[in-house]
Design a protein around this ligand. Sequence first.
Ligand code: C5P
Length: 300
Amino acid sequence: MRDATSWTQGLTVEAPAKVNLTLRVLGVRDDGYHDLESVVALVALFDSLVFEPADGLGLVCRGMEVPGGEDNLVLAAARVLADECRPGQGAQIRLEKRIPPGRGFGGGSSDAAAALVGLNTLWGCGLGREELARLGARVGSDVPLFLASPIAVMRGRGERVEPVAADSSWWLVLAWPDYEMPTAGVYAAYDRLGASTDGVAAAAVLDHLAGPAHEARPFLVNDLEPAADSMRCGRFDVRGCLERAGAAAVGMTGSGSAYFAVADTQAEANRVADAARAAGAETCVATLLADGKDQQERPS
Ligand code: C5P
């Protein structure tokens, strides 16, 4: 589903990517979901959404391929908001996709959160961020974190988000392979394999955000990594690629298939990204988001 028309009009909301700096699985719940503790950082790699008044709800996408039609979380979020405060209200939504889907960067959830933010304005609903986060949790576990702060601790199924007033000058190298990881499949594999039991608390990384990247290395734990690795079946090894590229510290985001490397300087990040790209990974260098830069709305 692509659109070739002008994208210059309407209300624009930028939807950032995220990385899970850490992710611990604390247990399985009665509903099959997993109780998590995860430190999540928003990253300056953005999808863009443009909203215009229209009779029905419509979505057109360009850029990277995304699930279209009824499966797209943007439309799911629009429907949840309409049902809550503007039944039958319409909008034409244009999504420019730059965050690679199915890699653990939360692009679909971020787009859904941006849809709630944009349509809340377009339709004059007047809901606050907390109310939007409550609606977002109905759309996907990761949606509320995109309505919180640039760095946050996520707990429960993902719906309990505690903002963290942390600062970091780290540069990130985002690296991903040409295959996606199915989130539900990775959690199912986790249930079969069990947790890694090194006992590092998810929040321990917060004490290292202001320090040198290499000191964060033991703290970038993700309990889903052995499960995701078991589903790789010999395909491209992104962690190995980043480590061979000289990364100071590497972590897996979400349920994969993407990884990130932490660097102290832009030059170091570029060097690691270039080496990883030469070895076959897709890469992108990005900073962490600073406070006040998440999902900014702007009329265009
Ligand atoms: O909530 P969402 O649709 O994003 O989750 C996708 C799948 O990931 C769920 O169906 C579930 O299998 C798994 N999941 C989980 N525990 C979580 C989040 C997701 O088991 N906390």
